[in-house]
Design a protein around this ligand. Structure first.
Ligand code: CIR
Length: 254
């Protein structure tokens, strides 16, 4: 059961956010702010109290606050993003998270790790070895997890931005799996919802308490998720998608 979330307002300079999809065009900041308002309202509908941080104008990708921390039931981790344009986003996160967690750990160079690469399933944390998270970052995180009685496992993943770009856990044994991730042996025991390539963006959804939040515009994924019986909230994510951001990236939940 989650009770709180932290989000960060989209910066005007999100138009300069990192993207592998320039063909989608530049985000419209005003529309992104309205979509962000709807995102906050959805978190509140799921029962969370939401702390809204101000935009960090020097950091175009800073609304993707998930990447700078990982929250566990025993401690919070301040990560170390690999991209130079993002590494400064961690400033102050230790103090902020220190208000909610008894202990704050951190990733140290040469380790890098981004929260988008971490998928939590109960007390187990799956860590994607991506272009953003390296083996040393994963090793440090697993060391912290084990010290607190939790477990961590690395995942060799297909070339995608983050682990949760291709997989997300909807609780109750349900895992969303984008087709490129279908062969990963670690996840063979789950009830799977296969996400087809044309709907790859829908592989990133969030389960919060009673609801699954899903991106609007992916009818097959929506129908399959609804078929599980989990109540669904749909959100338009068009402006965040233009800079490779998806639902989980926009919040820390704990
Ligand atoms: C980046 O490339 O870092 C941002 N444009 C998107 C980050 C998305 N974060 C996430 O999937 N957790």
């Amino acid at each position: 059961m989650f009770t709180k979330a932290i989000v960060r307002r989209p910066a005007r300079f999100m138009i300069n956010g990192i993207t592998a999809h320039p063909e989608l065009g530049k985000p419209d900041h005003e529309l992104a702010v309205r979509q962000h308002d709807a995102y906050i309202a959805a978190l509140e509908r799921c029962g969370l109290s939401v702390e809204v941080l101000p935009a960090l104008e020097g950091y175009p990708d800073s609304c993707f606050v998930e990447d700078v921390a990982v929250c566990t039931r025993r401690f919070a981790l301040v990560t170390l993003p690999r991209e130079k344009s993002r590494s400064g986003e961690i400033a102050g996160m230790d103090v902020l998270l220190g208000r909610h967690f008894p202990v704050i750990e951190s990733i140290k160079a040469p380790g890098t790790l981004e929260g988008g690469d971490v998928m939590m399933i109960g007390d187990a944390f799956y860590i994607g070895l991506s272009s953003r998270t390296n083996a040393e970052g994963a090793r440090q995180f697993i060391g912290h997890l084990e010290r607190y009685g939790l477990e961590g496992h690395t995942v060799c993943m297909p070339p995608t931005l983050h682990l949760k770009s291709g997989l997300s856990y909807l609780e109750d044994g349900w895992l969303l799996v984008e087709s490129a991730f279908a062969g990963l042996a670690e996840f063979s025991g789950f009830k799977r919802i296969d996400i087809m390539p044309a709907e790859a963006y829908a592989a990133n959804c969030i389960r919060i308490n009673d609801f699954a939040i899903v991106p609007a515009g992916y009818p097959k994924a929506l129908a399959d998720i609804k078929a599980t019986g989990i109540p669904v909230i749909e959100l338009d994510m068009s402006e965040f998608r233009k800079i490779d951001g998806s639902l989980t990236c926009l919040s820390l939940r704990f």
